[in-house]
Write a protein that binds this ligand. Sequence first.
Ligand code: UD1
Length: 366
Amino acid sequence: MRLALIYLVAAARPNFMKIAPLYHALRREPWCNPQIIHTGQHYDDCMSDAFIRDLGLPQPHHHLGVGSGSHAEQTGRVMMAFERVCLEQRPDWVVVVGDVNSTMAGAITAKKLQLPVAHLEAGLRSRDMTMPEEINRKLTDVICDLLWTPSPDADENLRREGIPPERIVRIGNIMIDSYEMLRERITAEQTGRALGLVPHTYGVVTLHRPVNVDAEQSLAKLAAALIKIGAMVPLVFPVHPRTRGRLEAFKLWGVLEKAPGVKLTEPMGYIRFMSLVQEARLVITDSGGLQEETTVLNIPCLTLRENTERPITITQGTNRLVRPENIYENVGQILAGQWPSGVRPEFWDGRTAERAAKSLAEASQG
Ligand code: UD1
C-alpha cells in the first residue's frame, strides 16, 4: 500500500524554519511520506540553501525554479510548475506555510485539482490590504481544508470570516520548534563575539518590507535614524537582497557602510543569525518571524510598521510598533531598562510540529 504522500511547499527564507520541524516530525510517522517542494522564490545560497543545511533538511524532492519577478509573474510561474508536479503523483495532502506569494499559489493550484490543503500559520491578519502578504493570507485561508493557527487571535479572525470551526486547529508557533531543535548549536555559535561585539550590548536590524525599503524617501529616513542610533548602541544589520538593491540604487549603501556604529553584513544562515539575536540587547525590524522570536527570547523588539498580524507579540511579548521618528526615544527606554518583560504564549513550546502531525493523521483518517 502506498504511504500517504504529503507535499510541503517552501519558497522563501522564513518558510524553511516552518517546514523543517514538520518534515522531521512526519518522517517519524509510519503512515506517510513527506516530500519538500521548493518553489525557488528565494534562490541565493544565503536566502535558501543555508537554511536547508542548518535545519537538517534534505535537498528538495522537487525544485520549481521560479525565481524573482512581479507578483503576477511569480504567482503564475509557481502555479504552472506546481500543477505539473501535483499531476505527476497526486499527493494526499499539500501543506503550505506562511504568507508569501508561493503560499497562495500553491494553495490555489492544489485546491483546483481537488487536493486537500493545510495552511500552517493560518489566521494572521494585519488588516492592511496594501501588504501583499495580507492578500496571500486571506486568499489562502478561505480555500484551505485545515487551518493550523499559532494563537487565539488567529482563531478569532478565522471564525469572524465565517470559516467553519472544525477546520481550525490551534497548534502553536512552529518557528519556535526550529529554535528549540537547534538551541544548543545556536548557543555555541557566538556570532556577536566573532563580529567583535560584546553580548547584550548591541542591536540587530533587519528591514525588507516594500513599504520601508522601496521608496527613496522612507529608506533615507530609516538610514538616518540607524546612523543616529548607532552612535548610542552598536548595530549589526544583515541586509536582505531586496534592501541591498534599494540601498545601492539610492546611494545609501556607502553612507551606512561608513557610519561608525552600523555594521552591514550579508544575510546570515539560521544558526548564525539566531545566535546574533539571542545575545542582542534589542532588535529593530519589520520581519514577522523576528517579532515572535524576540517574544520567546524576551528581547525588546521595535517593529517598524503601522500594524502587525502578530498582535500577541505586543499584548504578551516584548514587541512595540514604532515609526522612524520614534525609534531613537524607544531605544533610549530600552537601554535605560524601561521595557516590559514578555510571557511565552501558549503552545509556543517547541512541540507544534507534533501537534500538526497528529492533526494531519486525524484529518487523513477522515
Ligand atoms: C518575500 C515575501 C515576504 C517575506 C520575505 C522573506 C512575498 C510577497 N514576499 O519578500 O513576505 O517576508 O520574502 O525574505 O512573497 N532576491 C535575491 N535573491 C533571492 C531572493 C530575492 O536577490 O534569493 C531579490 C530579487 O531582486 C527580488 C527581490 O529580492 O526581486 C525581492 O524578492 P521577492 O521574493 O520578490 O520578495 P521578498 O522581498 O524577498
